[in-house]
Structures are given as C-alpha cells and as structure tokens.
Write a protein of this length. Structure first.
Length: 629
C-alpha cells in the first residue's frame, strides 16, 4: 500500500448478552482486532509506504448485565486501532516507511456494573497498540514514520454495591504494542504524544493492571520479541492510570516486559505526566548501544550510562507539538473524481543549544542494504530526508545549519538623493530557517546592512544616497538567520562619483513669493531666499526675467521703437540680471534682496530660471515672485 489514506474507520465489538439465570455472569463484550487495517496471516508480506493512517477507532463490546447476585460481564478486549498485524509464520515480513499514524484509538469495552443484585461488577479487559499492534515471530521494520496522538484506553472496572469492584485491566502501547515474537527495528521515526490510559479496579497492580508504555510497549511471554531503536525520537508520551500510586504507570515512553530494547542515537524525553518514568521494565532489559539521550536528570530510568557517551540532561529542548519541518507529504494525492487526503510527516525540531545537537555518533541503519555483514551501514538522512553529517544529532531530526551561496546586487540610480536597493541577485539559502512558536521550521529571517567606505549607514533593504557618500564606495550585506545559525554575503561595491549621473534638480522653493526691497510699516517682508537641491555638484545660474510689451518684427519679438511702433504687439521677455553660484550636491540656499551687482531689480513681477550645469548636462526649474514698492 503506497500513497494511500486510511481514515475515519470504526470497528466495534458486539455487546455481551445478559445473564440468563440468577447468580450467573453477563456475557463478555466482543473482541476487536484492527479498525483501520487488520492483516492476519500466515503467511503474509505487508508493505505500507508514504501513507496516512488516522482517526480509526477500535471499540470493544460492552459487558452483559448480571442476574441475581451474579457478576457483570467484562468489557471486550481491543488490539490495533490503526493497523493490526498478526502471523505465526517466520516467512512473514512487514515494513512501514514514511507513514503517519495519527490519532487512532483502541478502547476496551465497558464492563457491566452490579449495583442491584449484590454481585460483582464486571472486569476491565485490555487495550493496546492504538497506532500499531504486531504479534508473531516475523521481522518488522519501521522507517521514517511518525506516531502521534494515538490512545489505548481501558475504562474503569464495573462497580458493585459493596467492595470489591471488578478487576482492572491493562492499557498497553499507545503508539506501538509489540507482542510475543516480532523482531522490530525502528529507524528515523518519531513517537510523540501517545497515551496508554487505564481506569480503576481491584486486583494486583501490574499483574496485569495499569498502564504500560505510552509510546512503545514491548511484551514477550515466551517467543523472542526484540526491538531496536536507531536514531528515533520517543517523547511526550504518557502512561496514566486511575490508581493513586505511580506503581500503576509503567514507562511513559517505553516499557520492556520479558524482552530487550536496544537503544542507539535515540532521544527519550519529556514524559507526561511527570510522575511516570520515561522507561520501565518487568523482566525485560534496555541494551545501551551508546549516544542516546534521556532528559530525566542525572539518573537514567532507561539504563543509559555516561560512559557510553549518553546524555543525561534536564531538558532535551523539544517543542510541545510536532512541526511541519519539510520532508514528504504522506497520504493519497487524489485521483480523477476523488478528493485526496494528505498530511505532512511531523517531526520535533530541537531548540538551539539542545543536547541532542551534535552528540550522536556515526548514525547507522540496520535496515540498509548490506546490514548484517559486520557493522551496520551509515544512516545518511534523517526522517525528513535531509542529509546527516559524519557525526549526527541524536533522534529522528537532524539540524541543518543555515548556509548561503551567491551574493546580493545593488540596483537603482547611483546619485545623491536617489534610492538604491539591495536586490537578491544570486543570494540563496540552504538549511533550516527559524523555529516558530508552533514548533515548525519556517523561512529564514533576512537582514540588510549598508556601508559607505566600511561604515554602517543603514539597516534597511533600500538606501537613499547622501551627499556625504560622494567619492565613497557603497556596499550592501544580506544576512539570513535560521534556527541553527546564519550566513551573510556582500554585494560588489559601487562608487558614487560626481557627474557620473545626469544632473537633476530635486526641488526649488522660495521663502516669500511677495516681498519688498525696503522696510515699510505694515508692509511685506524684506527680501527672500531661494532653496534648491541637486543630485551632484554643479554651477547654478539664477536668471531673473521680466515681461514687457514688444513688437513682432520678422517673426521675432523685439523692443518697440519709432520704426516698428505700428507692428503687431507681442510679449517681450527681458533678462533683468543673472547670478552664478557654485553649488554642492544636496541642499543649497541663496539669500536675495533684489540687488544684482550694482543695481537693484525694479518693483514688478519676475520669473526666476534656475539652471544647474555640470559635465553631464543642464537641468532647469522656474518659479515666479513679485517685488512690491
């Protein structure tokens, strides 16, 4: 099965019948084995790849009612909410790759109460393997898969008028329950937020009453069941119980009963609730192959040792939710006329400084081609498919420090007063971006720095060239920052040279539009000032023009005289005077009281023509003003 979605299926056991005679026991609820998929050999070869198995519910039948001081019927047992695999054939093989097991449930049936006849309430049964249940002597491989939010639940035992109530049951393996025989190898996988939850009842705690292995439950009562965990993250799982002592809660993340669990480059972290230990064993063992992490402090509940380069720390620095951190999207991509169901493979990205980062060994993969021929082959990627270096991180997620290639480029007009932009150019990033509050890897943050002759002048994407930049070089640096590092690249420098761009006048203004040359009581202000901005140094000529009546002679407007006084009239522009000013790039101001050389402008209306000239050409702007008497 490849690229498929198995979602929202329900398998419910029948209810037990009522007792037919006084003193008899009500019937037991029906058994359920698998709600999403049930594969019951022998022999079989099962392959599940790039698929989504979610929200499937296996529910046991309720116990039947007692009669006449009898006993309430027990609830029906349940195994395998998402996937149930069973085979007694050694030729059987099962493999799961790139698959998401999400919020499946295995809930035992409800035992019957007896509050009427004086009898005993029904016994709770068992429920296990809400994500995956496997039993039988065959190899099982799980690669780059995620188990999240799966729940194995056993309700309270049936109540009675007088104690004791019915016997309690066992909730086993919220994520995975491996029972009597499978040789399971789990590589590059995440088991997060799964729950094994049992209720109250009488009986001896742990035999078999309580909760076992919120994440993974390994059980063997004869057949050689084994589990190998290689570069996995087992975190945030819980084993909870209605009993009031923690003795009823066996291994929030892992439990080994009668068989060994091998640990290598694996993170076991953040058990919930805090009262339940990370790991527990009953006749089983935890075989430490080194470079693991447990966040329970200085004492390991999983049999880890610092002498094997294990990390025993206070916190693994993991987020509180799975993040969409890249990698494949699993599930049915849809077909003609069919709505597809897809979901990203979730992973747990550690925070910067986490003890998971860089503390793995040479991660290996027992499932790779060539395995079993001496040392295992190197594990080359993480759960997302991202590459692993020679010394890997602990767990299923390999951090990817941000790197950059190429460089930005400067675009825009290289002139005073003009805007330049730090364009992407060939600048590109690779690796993990920032870690968001939701636990997902996002895009990297991008920052900019502008320098003029090596001195920082701006930290914006764009920069307006200042007059002080003339004859200096400008460069922009683009910096990308991710969760695990940053990288920068700087553009080629550009020099701001006077005259390198055509001269332009940015603005031309005046202090007063109407003014006088002499002070009079209650009169207009005396003189004015003209202010203008240039994009480069230039020689500015201020030409003062006035208008008078002229005569049109040979297509030209000339001054009137005796000879042409009868020619057609026209408006004659007279240049009343000029001022030259050596101007700088940027703002220039000239104070003017009407005096040009030795004479003053007569009262009247004038046009000022400002002409700025340098080697690139000439730019002009005009304004008008009035000199009053």
């Amino acid at each position: 099965m490849t690229g498929s979605a198995v979602t929202d299926n329900t398998a419910t056991g029948g209810n037990g019948g009522g007792a037919g005679a006084a003193g008899q026991t009500g019937g037991a609820g029906g058994t359920v084995d698998g709600a999403g998929i049930s594969d019951n050999g022998p022999p079989l070869t099962l392959s599940v790849a790039s698929s989504l198995i979610s929200d499937n519910q296996a529910v046991g039948g309720d116990g039947g009612e007692p009669s006449g001081a009898g006993t309430g019927g027990s609830g029906g047992p349940v195994l395998g909410g998402g996937l149930y695999v069973s085979s007694s054939s050694a030729t059987t093989a099962a493999s799961i790759t790139g698959t998401l097991f999400l919020t499946n449930s295995a809930t035992a049936g409800t035992p019957a109460d007896d509050y009427v006849t004086g009898g005993t309430g029904g016994a709770s049964s068992y429920a296990g393997g809400a994500g995956l249940f496997a039993t039988g002597s065959f190899p099982l491989s799980v690669i780059s898969s995620t188990f999240e939010g799966n729940q194995s639940v056993v309700p309270n035992a049936g109540g009675s008028i007088t104690p004791p109530e019915g016997e309690g049951g066992a909730a086993e393996g919220g994520g995975l329950y491996l029972n009597d025989g499978p040789a399971a190898t789990i590589v590059n996988s995440t088991v997060f937020g799964n729950t094994a939850e049992s209720g109250t009842g009488s009986g001896t705690v742990g035999a078999p009453v309580g909760s076992f292995g919120g994440g993974i439950d390994l059980y063997s009562n004869g057949p050689a069941t084994t589990v190998g965990l290689y570069s996995d993250t087992i975190a945030g799982n819980s084993a909870t119980s209605g009993f009031e002592t923690n003795a009823a809660e066996f291994g929030a993340n892992l439990v080994a009963i009668g068989a060994p669990i091998t640990l290598q480059d694996t993170a076991i972290a953040d058990p919930k609730p805090s009262g339940a230990p990370n790991c527990a064993s009953q006749g089983g063992t935890f075989d430490d192959s080194g470079r693991n992490l447990e966040d329970s402090g200085s004492t390991s509940t999983c049999g880890l040792s610092k002498t094997l380069n294990d990390q025993l720390v206070t916190s693994a620095g993991l987020p509180t939710a799975l993040g969409d951190n890249g990698g494949p999207t699993v599930g049915d991509t849809g077909a003609t006329g069919v709505t597809g169901v897809t979901a990203p493979t979730g992973t747990l990205a550690p925070a910067l400084g986490s003890a998971l980062i860089g503390n793995g060994g040479i991660c290996t993969n027992p499932l790779a081609p060539g395995a079993g021929m001496g040392s295992f082959p190197v594990l080359t990627t993480d759960e997302r498919g991202d590459p692993r270096p020679a010394t890997c991180d602990i767990g299923a997620f390999q951090t990817e420090p941000l790197t950059v290639t190429g460089a930005p480029t400067i675009t825009g007009t290289r002139a005073v007063g003009q805007s330049l932009n730090c364009a992407t150019g060939t600048f590109a990033t690779a690796g993990d971006g920032v870690l968001t509050s939701s636990g997902s890897i996002g895009a990297p943050t991008i920052g900019y720095t502008w320098t003029s002759n090596g001195t920082t002048v701006s930290t914006s994407n764009s920069y307006t060239v200042a007059a002080s930049d003339l004859q200096h070089t400008l460069a922009c640096t683009e910096t990308a920052t991710g969760a695990y590092g940053h990288g920068s690249a700087t553009s080629a420098p550009v020099k701001i040279v006077a005259g390198s761009t055509k001269i332009a006048i940015g603005s031309l203004t005046q202090a007063h539009r109407k003014w006088a040359e002499k002070k009079r009581k209650h009169g207009p202000p005396i003189g004015t000032s003209f202010t203008y901005t240039l994009n480069a140094p230039a020689t500015a000529t201020l030409e003062f023009q006035t208008k008078t009546k002229g005569r049109k002679v040979k297509h030209k407007c000339v001054a009137q005289n005796k000879k042409n006084k009868h020619a057609p009239s026209c408006t004659l522009i007279i240049i009343a005077g000029t001022i030259k000013h050596t101007s700088t790039a940027g703002k220039n101001t000239i104070t003017f009281t009407g005096k040009i050389g030795r004479h003053k402008l007569a009262p009247g209306k004038y046009t000022l023509v400002l002409a700025a000239h340098n080697s690139t050409g000439t730019a002009t702007k005009t304004l008008t003003f009035t000199i009053t008497r």
